[in-house]
Design a protein around this ligand. Structure first.
Ligand code: R5P
Length: 296
């Protein structure tokens, strides 16, 4: 048996994940002192030796100290194995040094998590120059793919879809969804000029004018990538596109900007709670937990 906890904001996801698992649900309190420092308290009287924590790693800087405190106090209370279920895995994009002196944060962050947790379950991490989590995480990990759920969603909601990946990295997700949904796909070419500025070039799409364009990416952050892709697609004479993201980061006013850009619909998985969540990945996360060596 295991005890499963959720950091604030992940309680609903915990309930859904735990439905097929039936673990004891633990109580954890997390609050900030007036000076901004964190206070964490495990309020359950006991914990099982197997402990699971559900906490997404978006806005990761604010969670580092709480994660460290959780792991320390859970071990003091008898946990011998702590699994972190992070539906979104942050700090995967700075996977190389782009300018002299920059920290390559992906392996630094991975080292922090690997030092305090014993295993990790996550959904579609941003794998680019890091080809597999094992290259930077030195704990057992399970990567859950949202593609089957996205393919179901596309099959059930979109007539005559053309799946479109806005950049080379997106091919890994888009091609998988297209294969499962039995739809055509194209990949655009993106050049990034800054945090929010990208340019995108499109192949000849004249043979797809009767299709419904469906942009798919792993994460929408500033929205710059999607906005530029939408602009290109509309310019090429295609219908209003749907935008699908696994992870609905939507920094600042990105969601409003996308809505104003003339999209048909914006859809995301519930890895980050957002009004666009339509695809529930909690069952996949539960399956992921079951595959870890410590639960076999
Ligand atoms: C990067 O390659 C990712 O797959 C996304 O395309 C990117 O992170 C989206 O970021 P933004 O919304 O800021 O363009």
């Amino acid at each position: 048996m295991a005890t499963i906890f959720a950091f604030p904001g992940y309680e609903r996801l915990l309930d859904n994940i735990n439905q097929p698992l039936g673990f004891d649900v633990g109580a954890v309190m997390l609050r900030r002192f007036p000076d901004g420092e964190s206070l964490l308290q495990i309020q359950s009287e006991t914990v099982e030796s197997e402990v699971i924590l559900v906490c997404g790693l978006e806005d990761a800087d604010r969670k580092l100290m709480p994660l460290l405190c959780f792991s320390e106090v859970a071990r003091e209370m008898g946990a011998s194995n702590i699994t972190l279920v992070a539906p979104y895995l942050g700090y995967m994009r700075q996977d190389k040094r782009f300018h002299p002196g920059e920290a390559v944060s992906a392996p630094i962050f991975a080292q922090f998590i690997s030092s305090h947790f014993d295993s990790l379950v996550t959904v579609d991490p941003h794998l680019h120059r890091i080809r597999a989590l094992d290259e930077v995480y030195r704990i057992p990990n399970k990567v859950v793919a949202a593609a089957p759920m996205l393919a179901d969603w596309v099959r059930n909601h979109v007539r005559n879809p053309l799946l479109i990946g806005p950049d080379a990295e997106s091919k890994q997700w888009v091609s998988e969804v297209a294969g499962l949904a039995d739809t055509p796909y194209v990949i655009l070419e993106k050049t990034r000029h800054g945090d929010e500025e990208v340019t995108i070039s499109l192949p000849d799409l004249t043979s797809y004018h009767s299709h419904t364009p469906v942009l798919i990416d792993d994460v929408i952050s500033s929205g710059g990538t999607m906005l530029e892709a939408i602009r290109g697609l509309r310019h090429a004479g295609l219908a209003k596109p749907l935008c699908i993201a696994v992870h609905a980061m939507f920094a600042k006013n990105a969601y409003a900007l996308l809505q104003d850009a003339g999209v048909e619909k914006i859809v995301s998985c519930n890895t980050i709670t957002h009004v666009s969540n339509q695809v529930d990945v909690s069952g996949l996360l539960a399956d992921g937990i079951k595959t870890l060596p410590c639960y076999k």
